[in-house]
Ligand binder design. Sequence first.
Ligand code: PAF
Length: 281
Amino acid sequence: MNIITTADEMRAWSFAQRRAERSIGFVPTMGALHEGHASLMRAAAERDGAAVASIFVNPTQFAPNEDYSQYPRTFDADCALADRSGVHTIYVPHAKAMYSEGYSTYVNVERVSEGLCGKSRPQFFRGVATVVTKLFNAVQPDRAYFAQKDAHQCAVIRRMTRDLDFPIEIVEMPIVREADGLAMSSRNRYLNPEERTRAVCLSRGLFKARTLMESGERVAAAIIAAARDELKDVEVDYVELVAADTFTPVARVEGAVTLVVAAWVGKARLIDNIKFEDCNA
Ligand code: PAF
């Protein structure tokens, strides 16, 4: 495994790939990798001439009361998974180099980052946009691969990439689920067996709502109520139907929409979503 720890070395690696006429596919992660990450890495390895993943638990996207210090750090297993998935170069920057003494510059993506997770976790998208900008500057990829599970994050990063003229294609890969429907997440490790059983209600609610949309229901309140009906045993943060690109709530299904849910199951805050498109709208 080729481990790179500084932005200068990272840029030199990318420069060498480009000189060899290889496109660069990039998978940013915070580690604690699972099959969802593996699917992003396989896509980058298959599609791009050179693939690189980053592992960096980014302090600026966590509030002081959140799980930054407990976030699972499983570096050796992460390297093994990356290797199996066709990614043999990992960028692992040090927090002190990413945010040096006196660090003062942040990227704030207005509007699209303001609702849902942006409301519940006000520091989150500012931290994500800032670190992804820094990672893009170091890696200089042609394509960056993100998971649909973090659909709101994808919308924020797409907007930022467009607004800041990054010449990077953002590729959003489908959610990878456990056999019972639970979306794979690094935070699923926080669940005890009883919570793990309860957590499946998030996807159950979303699938029920999707069946309703497929049978012709277009009123957001009815669709949200169907999903909420399955969420009685968890502490719901939000269930919302939003426009797929702007993440603003909609009253009816028109065009492409995303039904999003966030809920606490024990000490794990889990998110999930489904996309739906009314092709007749
Ligand atoms: O989705 C994640 O793992 C993180 O938010 C990201 C994009 C790597 C930024 O820290």
